[in-house]
Design a protein around this ligand. Structure first.
Ligand code: IPE
Ligand code: IPE
Ligand code: MG
Length: 246
């Protein structure tokens, strides 16, 4: 294990639909193959000492897709949860959800909440799945909570600073991602972790998500380890700065 490897890796798992299309398969088959990549990634995360793994699984904007694809994805999510539960137990992985969870179908939300509760005390890596997630929505809800706290006299306007906003994001104790990987050759953020990505390193991989392997992960980690992070200063700093936000 390389000490310059990131502690928090976030992944924009993109390219399932195009992968399926090139094989003449329906898009949902691409999502199914993508679930296998997540399994491989979980194994790799342990091997490379990743402490937080954040996966962009479904954006707020993804609700605009055809109903059949959306419901197929929601079904796949519950299957994935059931099929990978033993991995969470064996590796002591704690599951957490980030996003506007009230948008999720009640049975999906219930299954996720159950697994979250049952893995809450696990001390291994954290697996954070972003569902109905939008970075702007997350910041807007933090702003709304700040407004309520000011109105209720809990917070003074002059106390509204970066820490006050960070403390009201979905998972305030999780440090910012060191590395954000996006597959399928697209080079954009698509409303992912807008607040948290301020100083993240980005690695764009050409392969579509279903073709992501442990080797792809290692490639991205090695690129990260070879970079200098300066955080606006002049001193070179390798590797992870992961500190829980306060
Ligand atoms: C990523 O793959 C998975 C989700 C957004 C749910 P896509 O479904 O976006 O695949 P492409 O980009 O259309 O190939
Ligand atoms: C980003 O991928 C969202 C997820 C991977 C869940 P999209 O495929 O939705 O993003 P755009 O539409 O290409 O920007
Ligand atoms: Mg896409």
């Amino acid at each position: 294990m390389n000490e310059n490897y990131p502690k928090h890796v976030a992944v924009i798992m993109d390219g399932n639909g195009r992968w399926a299309k090139t094989r003449g398969l329906p898009r949902i088959q691409g999502h199914k193959a993508g679930a296998e990549s997540v399994r491989r990634l979980l194994r790799g995360a342990r091997k490379f000492g990743i402490r937080w793994l954040t996966l962009y699984a479904f954006s707020i904007e993804n609700w605009s897709r055809p109903e059949a694809e959306v419901s197929g994805l929601m079904r796949l999510l519950t299957t994935f949860l059931a099929q990978n539960r033993n991995v969470l137990d064996e590796e002591q992985i704690r599951l957490r959800i980030s996003g506007r969870r009230s948008d999720l179908p009640p049975n999906v939300e219930a299954a996720l909440a159950k697994t979250e509760a049952e893995t809450a005390a696990y001390t291994g890596p954290q697996l954070i799945i972003c569902l109905s997630y939008g970075g702007r929505t997350e910041i807007a809800q933090a702003a709304r909570r700040i407004a309520e706290d000011v109105k209720n006299g809990i917070l003074a306007p002059e106390q509204v600073d970066e820490a006050a906003i960070a403390a009201r994001l979905y998972l305030p104790d999780v440090p910012d991602p060191d590395l954000i990987i996006r597959t399928s050759g697209e080079q954009r953020i698509s409303n992912f972790l807008l607040w948290q990505c301020a100083y993240s390193e980005f690695v764009f991989l050409p392969e579509p998500w279903p073709e992501f392997t442990e080797d792809s992960l290692q490639r991205a980690l090695d690129i990260f380890a070879s970079r200098n992070r300066r955080f606006g200063g002049i001193v070179d700093s390798h590797g992870s700065s992961a500190q829980p936000a306060t």
